[in-house]
Design a protein around this ligand. Structure first.
Ligand SMILES: [Zn+2]
Length: 77
């Protein structure tokens, strides 16, 4: 069964993403395996968008990251 990070949807079966936490990838957790603050995740996802969509500015990327995170179990209201 495929597992995905509850915070950013990274595939946890890939060693690149697997960290200490059961349900979160290494980029969404700190060195103790605890989930990072929402704001930090938001910025991380925004920069990830900008890395493969060069025409997107930071404001737009943050907007999209907000939207993206609404679909994540860790951040859904
Ligand atoms: Zn993640």
């Amino acid at each position: 069964m495929n597992k995905f990070c509850y915070s950013c949807s990274a595939p946890l079966e890939m060693p690149d993403f697997k960290g200490l936490a059961e349900n979160y990838c290494r980029y969404c957790t700190d060195e103790n395996g605890s989930l990072k603050p929402r704001d930090e995740i938001l910025r991380g996802i925004a920069h990830w968008f900008m890395s493969w969509q060069p025409d997107v500015d930071e404001e737009k990327a943050l907007e999209r990251a907000e939207y993206y995170m609404k679909a994540m179990p860790a951040w859904a209201d």
